[in-house]
Design a protein around this ligand. Sequence first.
Ligand code: SF4
Length: 396
Amino acid sequence: MLQGRGVAFSLCEAELVWPRILEDALSGGLQPVYGREERWQQQLDSPVLRPPARRDLRRYAVPMLGIYPARGCPYSCTFCSVIKIAGHAVRSQPIETTLASLRAAKAAGVQFVMFTSDNFNKYPDVRILAEAMIAERIELPFFAQCDAQIHRDPDLVRLLARAGCFQMFVGAESFNAATLRDAHKFHNDPGKYARIVALCRENGITTHFSNILGFPADTERGILEHLSTLRALGPDVASFYILTPIPGTEQYDDFRRNGWITETNLDRFDGTTVTWRHSNLANEDLQRLLSRCCREFYPVGEIASKLWRILRRRRDFRSFASLFSVSGFSAMSRMAGILGHHPMAGGIGRVRKDRAADYADLRLRVFGIDRAPLPSSLPLSRADEEINRRAKLVPA
Ligand code: SF4
């Protein structure tokens, strides 16, 4: 619909097509679509990151930088867009590139790093990187995302802590084994979640559990039970999202086939809005439960005791990042729950400069449409299917 109207689509990772897109744009011969044949760059040779200048970083309360040492995840959760964007094969950039990016970040005044790789513990070079960070005394606190099998690897947790991990994000999603199975999140064992919290705590790492509300079998009672189980478990931080059939995922295709998707505005498929018809919960109920979880996971007394636990720990270069992230996220989540926002949408204050509606006429004039229709998921080429097939892990 937008092809031929000045919009070019890239269906693959930038390394594969970006130089060609620039050349075509400069010569006025932009193609409507790039990268149909292969979606993923096999050998990553990303450049060293250039962090923003010190004076720009000063605008932030705590300057943070994202670094992406490895892409891809071997699992097959039906709601996940990562595996559609980055594939199942875990590919990594050279260790030296990551180390040079870390050095540059530290020199620029970055105070903590977020490793944006989705499954840091499945990154084959994770130990080598952590050991190099320790040997070089990089001492830059970092946040890492690990899968729920991290409980099997206490040595890695210890190593990550020594390298600077101050917070571990784990996609817990649900305590219901049948729900996890239906979502093909076979590798999560809710019985082991407490072990993850304990293991991280032993190593001075705070835990951030991510939770999805509104799986097809969820009920109001089930969600409230989830909240109280989670509170009893006591990860330092928890974030909550509404189950969203993200275009391109298996779940999207499934929900679309069943005629369950009700939202037509793609901007709203953001994890904070109800976009489909749930058989047990009305939209307002799910939205209300989301706010309630954001608020009630963080009673003031519990926030205080989590902060006290961090303060009592022996101080090291991670202490400030732990304190800041737990206090900041707890306060933001409580406030968002009270105001009916999402803690990850809008920060602590909103500056309203314009609205989507301000551009509706322009969009109609230029593109001839008011809203792009919901897309169909793009099939992979045969070669990409084969790469995925070889990389996929069998369910644990
Ligand atoms: S573990 Fe599941 S949700 Fe997490 S990145 Fe992999 S496929 Fe996606």
